[in-house]
Design a binder for this molecule. Structure first.
Ligand code: 5GP
Length: 136
């Protein structure tokens, strides 16, 4: 008599390695890792400043923390030092780009109504022309 194949199969599932389920990098993390090219205007251990790819003024740079915070509304007390550093360095970058004498604008867009398109906190540094108020 022929043996019937078993009707129940046991399968061993090994746990997914942590690396496999790690979150994918943001655009700015890829730029910081030099996986995507950009013109760097300032860099230190905590922040990177680059020229914006689609400038909205004669001078348009972006400065962001290398460790991503999605947006300012999601920053917390643990980010206080980093945010202070980001703003102080934004002013330094503005100075380096020749914007201090005539003035400049710093902008942080938050969420859809704020016009945020890259979910990695960044501050725009805009200058080289008079800015309008209120902004569009
Ligand atoms: P947001 O709209 O999120 O406030 O600003 C995102 C900014 O990132 C925009 O001004 C946009 O032009 C800029 N941007 C988007 N992709 C790239 C890129 O690949 N390289 C650089 N340098 N800037 C980018």
């Amino acid at each position: 008599m022929q043996c019937k194949p078993p009707s129940i199969y046991f399968v061993t599932i090994s746990p997914v390695p942590a690396k496999t389920i790690a979150m994918s990098k943001t655009l700015f993390e890829k730029i910081a890792a030099r996986e995507i090219p950009a013109t760097v205007v300032y860099e230190d251990d905590l922040v990177l400043a680059i020229q914006d790819i689609n400038p909205q003024a004669p001078v348009h740079a972006l400065i962001f923390p290398k460790q991503p915070v999605p947006r300012i509304a999601e920053a917390g007390p643990a980010d206080q030092k980093l945010l202070g550093h980001l703003l102080l360095k934004a002013a330094e970058v503005a100075e380096k780009l020749g914007l201090t004498k005539d003035g400049f604008r710093l902008v942080i867009n938050n969420g859809p109504n704020g016009g945020e398109t890259v979910p990695h906190l960044h501050c725009h540094i805009l200058g080289g022309r008079p800015m309008q108020w209120p902004p569009g």
